[in-house]
Ligand binder design. Structure first.
Ligand code: PHE
Length: 331
């Protein structure tokens, strides 16, 4: 043995050391291997180091270098083995895997979001695409292009949330009608859903911020019969055939003729307004560069909160913004 090549012996010492640490399965085995290879008194590396003294001076340098490499490799194997076996062991009594698990609480969409999604789906089946517009609007889109001149009472600051003279929180989604027609030629078949703002005193059916769904259909030969058909079909699909709706003659500056659409409320003893509608006024077409002799169209704007309330039997619009989990959890 002592005649063997000292460098080759270092090599086999190294591979035996690496194998010993790799095979160690618990901290006792790691410690035994540590003592065998790295022990300060009788470790095998220690003996290999002693051997340096007996070598010819010419062989010392190569031996020393190989020794250092072997020592480093074995020390690294020790560290690796330690961190491998020191992973915290799970005590037998720490977890009872037979206990039922904790059910994570699943959230769900707000009833208004559900309503909006259903409306998009329903009108999608009637061929309506979805558009959006900004909540901070300018007076052109909220009023002027909708045939509401400066002198009109609907522009009064007590009835609107103005931000500057020329901008306000939109009071209606009819603003989006203008934006759509400014940006595309007829035919048009679009809905827009979003928030609108009006300084109303809150009560069971009013809130200063609510959502509307605006509908706009423009083409050659669109009539009031189309409007009534679409709204009736919509109401019976969304609210059910048992919920009565009615059309009342009304006035909006941007439609002529105009109607208000009511639905028979919970309990059946009163009508509540679902929204307004009508045939697009020729002045609106002129404001966006459509030719009123070429096309006609209808528009409607419905309150989404009230639709949601009627559908689900919700008595008070304010519950929809109070974020009471006991209320929201029911939908
Ligand atoms: N914008 C009207 C409102 O907010 C509703 C409406 C929309 C009426 C479209 C006619 C046509 O009350």
């Amino acid at each position: 043995m002592s005649q063997a090549d000292p460098i080759a012996e270092l090599e086999s010492l190294e591979s035996e050391g690496l194998a010993a640490f790799a095979a160690a399965r618990d901290s006792g085995a790691v410690e035994a291997a540590r003592i065998e290879f790295l022990g300060q008194k009788q470790g095998r590396l220690k003996s290999a180091q002693e051997r340096l003294k007996s070598l010819e001076p010419s062989a010392k340098k190569a031996y020393g270098q190989r020794f250092n490499a072997a020592k480093r490799a074995i020390e690294e194997a020790l560290e690796a083995a330690k961190s491998r076996v020191e992973r915290p062991s799970i005590a037998a009594d720490a977890i009872d895997v037979t206990l039922p698990g904790l059910m994570p609480k699943l959230g769900h969409r707000h009833p208004l979001t559900q309503t909006a999604d259903e409306l998009i789906d329903l009108f999608g089946r009637f061929g309506f695409q979805v558009a959006r517009g900004p909540e901070v609007e300018d007076v052109r889109h909220n009023f002027e292009a909708l045939n509401i001149p400066l002198s009109h009472p609907a522009r009064d600051p007590v009835d609107n949330f103005y931000i500057t003279d020329k901008t306000l929180l939109r009071s209606q989604t009819s603003t989006v009608q203008i934006r759509i027609m400014e940006n595309q030629p007829p035919p048009v078949r679009v809905i827009a859903i979003g928030r609108v703002y009006r300084p109303d005193e809150p009560d069971e059916t009013h809130f200063p911020m609510f959502h509307q769904i605006e509908g706009l259909m423009v083409d050659k030969g669109v009539t009031m019969a189309d409007l009534k058909t679409v709204l009736r079909l919509f109401a019976s699909s969304y609210l059910g055939t048992d919920v009565k709706i009615r059309f009342r003659p009304s006035f909006f500056p941007f439609t002529e003729p105009s109607v208000e659409v009511d639905m028979l409320w919970h309990g059946g003893d009163r009508w509540v307004e679902m929204g307004g509608a009508g045939m697009v006024d020729p002045n609106v077409f002129r404001a966006v560069g459509y030719d009123p002799d070429e096309v006609t169209g209808f528009a409607f704007g419905l309150g989404i909160e009230r639709l949601c309330m009627r559908r689900h039997g919700i008595k008070d619009i304010r519950w929809l913004t109070q974020n009471d989990a006991r209320f929201l959890g029911q939908f």
